[in-house]
Each structure stands twice: as structure tokens, then as C-alpha cells.
Ligand binder design. Structure first.
Ligand code: SF4
Length: 291
């Protein structure tokens, strides 16, 4: 992120926010800006999170993250078996990532820090679903506080066969096993809804989705690397920090119209086909197959 965009964020946003999630299209650990913004957030007591594939969580970065006061570190792993891991995360190295996490834990102990709290991420698909219960054990062994599971959303025809929409029984079965294990091991587990679950999450979410109110336009904002300000990852920019002040954009026509329409009976087109997890109906193929 260019220095002048960071400066705008530092001056116009950081003093007023309570949480900053440092994510992007790529691994944040590759960017020096990550540490710069973490430092500013720490001075202002702003809680922070970031997500990594763990490959660049080397000794230097592990030490820097622990010292940075980062609140939560999400690590995308998706598998327990080396072979599955390599098939999903092509070019990565399972053993190295696990060693890197242990290294981070070592520095947490050395500096007597609770943070960053670890959360392991698991994108569930045909290839890895049977490894999910074992993944809970892995999380425990790595001192992770939580495991976050989401369904693979297919955007490439080649991956269609991997969607759990076509393997609902196995998906439900392994979700249930993982839930019981997580409860027994004290891991916070976030699961999407089960398929055709009349008493569980699936139908509850469907019911909830009818009443879901989006609060993003009032409570969140995304700042892109070039300074573009967008209300959520699905919408277009409402302005750019290098051309207008944040206040002008936040109170501008685009934001005002969105706030008026988002929860109305006639929402903007993007909102009417929103892919936000709270709006997802797990029994609808469109939730899983985006092509
Ligand atoms: S697209 Fe979805 S998350 Fe984004 S503002 Fe609209 S309803 Fe909210």
C-alpha cells in the first residue's frame, strides 16, 4: 500500500475505529505495510486481525507479529494429510507451515503474550471433508483457539466435482463429528449450516436469511490498496481517499443511497444477490456453484 494512502488511513480512520482486518488478494505477510499499520493500530488500541497461508510465517515474521500486538491470526490450512494439503495448496509445504506455527507459539511463550490468538481456516470440499475431525485435533495440538469452516464456492468448472453440494451425507456426518470433538477439546468451531437439516443450522439460517439486515454500510468499510473505499467486498468503490476525504465519501450520495436501499424491499442489484454467509441457503445449489 502506498505511503500516501497509509497516511490518509492513519489520520482519517484509525482514530475512530475499533477493529482493523488486514487482508487482501494475496498473503499480507509479503507486505511491509502490514507491520506499519499494525504498529499504528497498536498505539491506538485498535484490535487487529490478518490471514495468512503460513508459508511466510518465518522466524522473523513470527517474532514481529507477536511483538506487533496483532489480536488474531487466521491461518488457512484446509487439510491434515500432507498429500491432500499439497493437492489443495499447490506449491505449499505442510510441514513448513506447521513448523512456522510452532515457532510463533514459541515466541508467544518467550514474550509472555496471549496474542495473536490463532484461528485455523478450513475450506470444506470433497477432497478434505473426511479430514475435518482430525483437523480439530490438529488445531488443539497447535494451541489454536478456533476453527472456521466454510463450504467451497466453485467458480471454475474444473472444481465442480469438489463441491459438497454433491456429497451432502458425508458433509453432514463429518460436520457433526467435528462439532462433538471441538466441544470435547474446547475448540471454538464455526460451521456453516448442515444440508437438509430441519432442526439445525440449515433451516435456521434459511429462516434467518428472510430477516437478515445488512449493517455493513453503517459499521464497516473496506479500503483498497489504491485508496478506493468500498462498503463490502461485493460492491464497487464509493470514492477514493486520494481524491476525497473519508468523511465526504462516508456521507456521500453513494453511501446514502445504499443505506436507504440495502434493507428495503427493493435493494440494489448487488445486494439482492448478496453472497454474505449470513444470507446463504446451504440447500441452494447457487450457494455452492457460482458459475
Ligand atoms: S452486497 Fe451484501 S454485504 Fe454488501 S452491502 Fe449489499 S447486502 Fe450488505
Amino acid at each position: 500500500m502506498p505511503e500516501d494512502v497509509i497516511e490518509k488511513i492513519k489520520k482519517n480512520l484509525l482514530p475512530y475505529i475499533s477493529f482493523c482486518d488486514l487482508v487482501g488478494c494475496g498473503d499480507p505477510l509479503i507486505s511491509e505495510s502490514l507491520f506499519k499499520i499494525l504498529d499504528y493500530c497498536s498505539r491506538l488500541n485498535v484490535k487487529t486481525a490478518t490471514t495468512t497461508n503460513g508459508l511466510m510465517l518465518n522466524e522473523t515474521n513470527a517474532k514481529r507479529l507477536v511483538k506487533s500486538n496483532l489480536s488474531v491470526l487466521h491461518i488457512s490450512i484446509d487439510a491434515v494429510k500432507d498429500r491432500t494439503y499439497r493437492e489443495i495448496r499447490v506449491g505449499s509445504n505442510f510441514d513448513r507451515v506447521i513448523e512456522n506455527i510452532k515457532c510463533l507459539n514459541h515466541y508467544k511463550k518467550q514474550y509472555k503474550k496471549e496474542n495473536p490468538v490463532l484461528s485455523l481456516e478450513f475450506v470444506a470440499m470433497k477432497k478434505n471433508i473426511e479430514e475435518l475431525p482430525e483437523f480439530i485435533h490438529l488445531a488443539k495440538s497447535l494451541d489454536a483457539q478456533s476453527v472456521n469452516v466454510m463450504y467451497l464456492a466453485v467458480s471454475d468448472e474444473k472444481l465442480r466435482e469438489e463441491s459438497l453440494y454433491y456429497y451432502q451425507e458425508s458433509s453432514n456426518e463429518n460436520f457433526k463429528k467435528a462439532k462433538n470433538l471441538a466441544r470435547a477439546l474446547g475448540i471454538e468451531l464455526t460451521l456453516p449450516g448442515l444440508f437438509n437439516d430441519n432442526n439445525g443450522n440449515g433451516s435456521k439460517r434459511k429462516e434467518q436469511s428472510k430477516r437478515f439486515e445488512c449493517h455493513y454500510p453503517w459499521t464497516f468499510t473496506f479500503i483498497c490498496q489504491n485508496g478506493d473505499v468500498i462498503p463490502c467486498c461485493q460492491m464497487k468503490a464509493m470514492g477514493n481517499l486520494m481524491k476525497k476525504s473519508f468523511r465526504e465519501i462516508w456521507n456521500g450520495k453513494g453511501y446514502r443511497e445504499l443505506r436507504e436501499g440495502v434493507n428495503s424491499s427493493e435493494p440494489p442489484e448487488t445486494c439482492s444477490r448478496c453472497a454474505h454467509p449470513s444470507l446463504q441457503d446451504v440447500n441452494n445449489i447457487k450457494t455452492h456453484i457460482l458459475i
